[in-house]
Write a protein that binds this ligand. Structure first.
Ligand SMILES: [Zn+2]
Length: 344
């Protein structure tokens, strides 16, 4: 570690407690105080040095930075801010803030550090900003029709006034206050195409974190909320449909809800409980293959690539919960018939 060793100046080990540091400082300060050493320039310089070391080591936050970054500790904020900047900071318009502090700090830490010290404009690799992932939750209906989400985001961008250097004509930049970066609010409306699946990634080019060589990508990571009536498997939907006993036995018609309306389902005679009946083309829209294409939102920009999955109605035969006298007699007759049948 180049530069001054504050621990050595105070004559304490790096593992010292705050109390030990304070005690060492008081002892040395008394010893080298200008009042005790009038006219002694060396003592005065030493006194300043001791105070400088104590100022850093007595402050737990400054000490942490010093321990981590050494004599560059004063740039710790800029370094850490740039790490955040490369990851982006997002908040969702639907509430809930997300911090992706760890998503992308690609590249060598040391190089990045050097780059920051020299200013964004001269970072060695001219890196593109990091990709940012934003989780969004949609209902199955929204996944069916497609939807939009408005994202309120805050993006760290290099300060235009000082070119990201934090300094302007030798003074601290008054716009970014030396940080080299300023956060800019942005409002984005993002289209989520029909047919998105749980885990689909919708890419929005150039809306990730800013970087010297352009912004990274923004990915909406879609999760589709479970539906109370429909289960989704790929592009197919499954639903349960109640069929009265008589219709299951003799055949009949029942109404089946779809995601958009209802359809009439013909139940064939002697339909067994649990039978699956396919309703072709009434499932989810098929999403195009290029969900995460290189440029912009999925292909079609909101139109399904073609066709729809199927809807499967799973039959649940419903037995009567009560019987009229007449119905009871009919069931008695039915039973009698069945008992006689095989034996005769
Ligand atoms: Zn600035």
């Amino acid at each position: 570690m180049a530069g001054k060793d504050y621990y050595a100046i105070l004559g304490v080990p790096k593992s010292s407690s705050q109390k030990e540091i304070r005690q060492a400082y008081r002892r040395l300060a008394r010893q080298h105080h200008p009042d005790v050493n009038p006219g002694d320039k060396a003592a005065e310089a030493r006194f300043k040095e001791i105070n400088g070391a104590y100022e850093v080591l007595s402050d737990s936050e400054k000490r942490r930075k010093y321990d981590r970054y050494g004599d560059k500790w004063q740039y710790a904020d800029q370094f850490e801010q740039a790490q955040r900047q490369s990851a982006g900071r997002w908040s969702s318009g639907r509430g809930g803030a997300f911090d992706f502090g760890d998503i992308n700090t690609s590249g060598d830490l040391g190089n990045l550090f050097e780059g920051i010290l020299r200013g964004f404009g001269r970072r060695p690799a001219r890196q593109r900003g990091g990709d940012v992932q934003q989780p969004v939750e949609v209902t199955l209906e929204e996944a069916f029709h497609g939807t939009t989400r408005v994202l309120q985001m805050e993006r760290q961008e290099p300060c235009a006034t000082c070119g990201g250097r934090g300094q302007l004509a030798g003074a601290t930049c008054h716009v970014c206050r030396g940080a080299g970066a300023i956060s800019k609010p942005r409002r984005l409306e993002v289209k989520i195409p029909p047919g998105v699946r749980d885990g689909s990634r919708v890419r929005v080019a150039g809306e990730g974190a800013a970087g010297p060589a352009g912004a990274g990508g923004l990915y909406l990571v879609v999760s589709v909320r479970p539906h109370e009536r429909f289960e989704r498997r790929g592009d197919d939907l499954y639903t349960e449909v109640e069929v009265p006993l008589t219709d299951a036995v003799l055949g009949g018609e029942v109404q089946v809800p779809t995601l958009t309306s209802r359809v009439v389902l013909k139940v064939p005679p002697l339909t067994q409980n649990g039978r699956k009946i396919r309703l072709g083309g009434l499932g989810m829209p098929r999403l195009g293959g290029a969900q995460t294409g290189p440029d912009g939102p999925p292909s079609g920009g909101g139109r399904p690539a073609g066709g729809r999955g199927d809807l499967y109605a799973r039959v649940k035969v419903v037995l009567p919960k009560e019987l009229s006298t007449e119905e009871r007699e009919l069931f008695e007759k039915l039973r009698a018939t069945q008992k006689v049948g095989p034996e005769s």
